[in-house]
Design a protein around this ligand. Sequence first.
Ligand SMILES: [Zn+2]
Length: 403
Amino acid sequence: MQDDPAHRALRLPYLRPSARLDDVALEHLVALWERLQAQARGNAVPPERSGGARAANAAMRAEMRERDNYFEEIERAAGEALDAVGYRGPGAISEGQLTDLAAWFGFRIARVQDLPASTRSVTDQRARVVYVPQRNNTTVRTARSVIAQTLGHFALGHSDPTDFEGYVRQRVEANYFAGALLAPEQAVAAMLRDAAARRDISVEDLNEVFYISYEMAAHRLTNLITRHLDVPVHFQRCDPDGLLWKAYENDGVLLPADDDGTIEGQRVCRWWSTRQAFESEDSFAMYYQYTETVTGTFWCATHVEADPGRGDAVTVGTTEEHARWFRGGDTPRRSVSRCPNPSCCSEPSPEQRDRWVGQFWPSARDHSNFVSGLPTDTVVFDPYPGVDLVDVYGFLDRHTPGR
Ligand SMILES: [Zn+2]
């Protein structure tokens, strides 16, 4: 038992067999050891299951990189729908056009006050109604994107996903479709070309002109700028602790990752734009920075969301060479990152360690609310993570006449 590597890994002192150790104690120890091993085997997650969501995210990211984050078939589907309702551009689609788009896909939009709290919209596929929250000033933008995403699921022929891969793909595709509908390809491309001529490309302008969230505007820029302007880019979304939750790159920036290539939940370098932005005096102003890294020098623009209680940072950037096309490309701010070398920022100095080892007790913050909206590596796949189905069924019943 004590020779077993698993036992040695427990780092217990060696128990010397002797006549003083009675048989009852020995039998008890052996039984305990056997139960411990059985338990470890029982809890072990089979390799094909471990990281279902992680593997699906990594595969999706690889495909996005491969395609420069441009999905031609989705652009085409959105383009046909926009043509059908008479959108000619430039600029955002109107509320009336959005209603017409829903009708073109066979749906009606209903604004209600009693939408279940765990949802952003509920679609009755039988009656073909998309229920969204009653409008108010803060939710109009959100409602537009929720409607566009919902239409995307139907336009792209999505059915209920049965695994993580399908779930991740459908979510990415529906988001992509929403962006393509609300910020049409030709209108965005024309705006980017025009801004490039003035060396003034920015996510903020897409955000303003197309009436979409900053994050959606950032995604839209990554969808189209490589395709139309041949500019490589990267995108990151980080929480205030500097943990990465979404990322994309085709410009060679080295994203922090696990051994298996997972980036979700990894902490980005302290010297990168994202983390520096949180520490700047005016963290809600745009933050621009050049960062020298082990894979080259990159320029980044970071926007910290003012959303109370969350305030994630969305960063879009490119190589030093292409920074000149962007607003903020003339920033004098520079920083040096030596990550993934642990001495850069992830490891305390030997002096600090000597001074503090064994003398402190950090209490970690729970990150469960950050991931509650994401599929986790649970054994049973849940196609609607975080959604209260009892609420949703009750809601649908309330809105079905004659029930
Ligand atoms: Zn670092």
